[in-house]
Design a protein around this ligand. Structure first.
Ligand SMILES: Nc1ncnc2c1ncn2[C@@H]1O[C@H](COP(=O)(O)OP(=O)(O)OP(=O)(O)O)[C@@H](O)[C@H]1O
Ligand SMILES: O=P(O)(O)OC[C@H]1O[C@H](OP(=O)(O)OP(=O)(O)O)[C@H](O)[C@@H]1O
Ligand SMILES: [Mg+2]
Length: 284
């Protein structure tokens, strides 16, 4: 496909569904069959390649594909020459040390010990930065079993709810090694590309549509300054005259998570007919 934009998307795992959902929301076609390896979206002149999340930074770093969605942890682990261009707000996790419950380990105690992980690159660079010499044991998955089985003294693993570690009788120690989430990556120092800029505008639009709602209300003109302080909007709210003398209608975007509190506060200053609606899509 000549001049088509080529994008990598996780083919399975925690990021696969939410990544495709976000692209769909941004107006791109996505696969219907989870076994499909490639999907062509001719309307948007874009091809999507469904790849293992851990491999995505490699393809993008080599310049084979122009952008990809994967985890920040996987991107850093690969040490591929890529830049994170947009955090995507899903697939959040932390990367942490854990040891046998009750061991009360500290970072310094790792000197000379065996640490099992699937993220060797990430772990090695963290230890090197802190001058800690330890043996890194590479495992492909189910890292939490390694201590019980006697292969390692500690683990460095992805933690979301912490249930996996707890059920394996392990306890987290030390500061988080990394806060991760799904990110859009590009090859480091890649040239500007209008198609990528369009993809970024669309994805930013999805993030805003998810995080913000539109709020409309009527308020007495005398209280307008107080109302605007509560709903400053992006570049100032839209204020229109109302037929009812002395009143104005106000429209502004507000963070979704604050919507109920703002409605209470607006009510408190006498605003009425307060309506909240979803934003379907946007370009700011
Ligand atoms: N609860 C979670 N468990 C695991 N990874 C999570 C979780 N939440 C977010 N993530 C993130 O999802 C990304 C992909 O991890 P995932 O475990 O899906 O890949 P994988 O291990 O290669 O695939 P699989 O487990 O299917 O073999 C990582 O960046 C990780 O940080
Ligand atoms: O803190 P929690 O909510 O329990 O989630 C974290 C666990 O989920 C992931 O495992 P996954 O199911 O991807 O299996 P894997 O170890 O084979 O990758 C990750 O590797 C942790 O083990
Ligand atoms: Mg996994």
């Amino acid at each position: 496909m000549k001049d088509y934009l080529r994008i990598a998307v996780p083919n399975k795992g925690q990021l696969s569904e939410p990544a495709s959902a976000m692209l769909r929301e941004a107006g791109y076609r996505q696969r219907k069959d989870s076994r499909d390896l490639v999907l062509v979206d001719p309307d948007n002149e874009t091809e999507f390649f469904f790849l293992r999340p851990k491999d995505i930074a490699v393809y993008v770093g080599e310049g084979i594909l122009q952008a990809g969605i994967t985890g920040r942890d996987m991107t850093l682990d690969s040490q591929a020459p890529v830049d994170e261009v947009l955090p995507l707000g899903f697939g959040g996790s932390t990367f942490r040390f854990a040891a046998r419950d009750g061991a009360s380990m500290k970072l310094e105690d790792l000197r000379g010990k065996r640490i099992a992980t699937s993220f060797d690159g990430l772990l090695r660079s963290y230890l090197a930065d802190r001058g800690i010499d330890a043996r890194v044991i590479h495992l492909d998955g189910a890292v939490e079993s390694s201590i019980q089985l006697g292969v390692a003294d500690a683990v460095a693993d992805v933690v979301s709810t912490g249930t996996t570690l707890r059920q394996a009788g392990l306890e987290i120690f030390g500061d988080p090694i990394l806060q991760s989430e799904a990110v859009l990556i590009r090859q480091r120092d890649a040239d500007d590309d209008p198609k990528i800029e369009q993809l970024l505008r669309r994805l930013r639009g999805v993030l805003v549509a998810r995080d913000y709602v539109m709020m409309d209300y009527d308020v007495h003109a005398e209280r307008l300054d107080d109302a605007v302080a509560l709903t400053p909007g992006m570049e100032g709210p839209t204020v229109s005259p109302l037929h009812r003398e002395g009143w104005v209608a106000v429209r502004a975007m507000v963070p979704r998570r604050d919507a109920q509190r703002i409605m209470d506060d607006l009510w408190g200053i006498g605003a009425r007919a307060i309506l909240v609606t979803d934003i379907y899509a946007c370009r700011l």
